[in-house]
Structure formats: C-alpha cells, structure tokens
Write a protein that binds this ligand. Structure first.
Ligand SMILES: Cc1cc2nc3c(=O)[nH]c(=O)nc-3n(C[C@H](O)[C@H](O)[C@H](O)COP(=O)(O)O)c2cc1C
Length: 211
C-alpha cells in the first residue's frame, strides 16, 4: 500500500478537524507512519520546485529532553519581547495562550518533534516550507496523530543548531511536536467566511459566502 493510500481519510474531514493538538500521549509513532507523514510533507509545492527544505525528526529521548529545555526558554523569550513576564500575565480566558504555555512545559512528552528547516536563509526559502508544514499536519491528522506549528526565538538559535549539528546556513523555521492526542481533534473556530471574502472588489460580500 502506498503512502497516499494509507492516508485514506477524506480531505474534508482531515481539513475541518485539523486543530492544534498540544496535549499528547507519550506513545511512540511508528516508522511506517513517520515515513507516510514525511512523504506527504515533501509532496508540497515550493518556489520553482526548489524544495529548499529539510525535516529534522527528533525522536531520541535525551535529544528531545534537551530540546524541550530550549523550547521553553524560547517560548518565554517570545513572551518577554511582548512584555509578558510570567504566567500571571496570561489570563485564564486566553485559552490559546494558556495552552501554548502548557506546551512550553510539556513539549518533551511528544514522542516526535519535527524541526522544519529552510536550507537557505531569506524569505524565499522560508515561505517555501509553509505548504510543506501544512501537508505534514494534514498527513499526521489522517493517521490520528496531532501536532501544531510552533516557532522558536533567536535567543536559542545557536544552541538549537549545535544540539543537532545543523549547518549555520540552515534556518529552523518551525518546530512541530507530533503525538497521539490527549483530547479530541476539531472542529475549529474561525471567522465566518463572509467576513473574510470579497467578490470582484474589496468589501463586496459574495452571496455564496453566507451560510
Ligand atoms: C505561524 C504559526 C505559528 C504558531 N506558533 C505557535 C507557537 O509558538 N506555540 C503554539 O502553541 N502554537 C502556535 N501556533 C498554533 C496556533 O496558535 C493555532 O493554530 C491557532 O491558535 C488556531 O488554533 P486551532 O488550530 O486549534 O483552531 C502557531 C500557528 C502558526 C500558523
């Protein structure tokens, strides 16, 4: 059976139930599943089909633990940039931020962490990894595996490179923890279609956009 056949969930169900999964079981992900997920990832388009990407799959317990420390530091460094000093500055009502904060403590539980890398510096290579990352999440979802896109921070950049022997010319764009969810997939909460679409001119709401 090919990777495409093994990812048999309907596209509609996959897309509409793909929400950020941040709480994961430690259960391992099989090599077959990893191969299918990464194969689907690399089917994505890129500028001029240049495929300026590399996917560093982190599975080893010690490496994940070491990376988890750096991830936590990076997460709080991003908050500090925004004037947020500690958990007390993140209201309980901001569920997304609270969940992200918990992930900063728990990312090491994820059995796999994929570092999505651009093999060149600059915007061209960086934007080319975006469709691939979405493919990665969709393929994982089709296999019942959750994850979310996350970013790091310059403060940990050198140490992340050193930890995994990543060449200096390579940019770590995203960090995607993967695992079987504790909790459920979708549905997602999004702005209604009529508020984010126009027809032929800005602000002309398409009739078909209304539910
Ligand atoms: C470019 C990008 C960066 C993100 N960075 C983080 C992050 O650093 N930490 C995190 O927990 N989630 C991160 N997310 C996940 C979003 O917060 C999440 O997808 C969004 O809140 C919608 O949630 P939902 O997909 O569950 O509906 C990121 C998503 C994107 C697309």
């Amino acid at each position: 059976m090919s990777s495409a056949e093994r990812l048999g969930m309907s596209l509609g169900e996959t897309m509409f139930s793909l929400r950020a999964i941040r709480r994961m079981k430690p259960d391992p992900i099989s090599d077959d599943d990893l191969r299918d997920i990464l194969t689907a990832t690399t089917q994505a388009p890129s500028g001029g089909n240049s495929q300026p990407w590399h996917f560093l799959v982190v599975q080893h317990d010690t490496k994940r633990a070491q990376f988890a420390e750096l991830y936590r530091e990076a997460w709080w460094a991003k908050r500090a940039d925004a004037g947020i000093k500690g958990p007390e500055d993140i209201p309980e009502s901001n569920r997304s931020a609270r969940a992200a904060m918990r992930l900063a403590d728990e990312i090491g539980i994820a059995p796999v962490i994929v570092l999505v890398c651009a093999t060149a510096r600059g915007a061209g290579a960086m934007t080319s990894v975006i469709p691939a990352t979405q493919n990665l999440l969709l393929a994982a979802r089709a296999l019942g595996i959750g994850g979310t896109i996350t970013t790091l921070h310059a403060v940990t950049d050198e140490r992340v490179h050193a930890l995994f022997d990543i060449p200096e010319s390579v940019q770590v764009v995203y960090c995607v923890p993967l695992g079987y969810p504790r909790g459920n997939f979708g549905p997602v909460s999004r702005t209604p279609l009529q508020e984010v679409t126009s027809l032929d001119r800005w602000s002309e709401v398409p009739a078909w956009s209304k539910a």
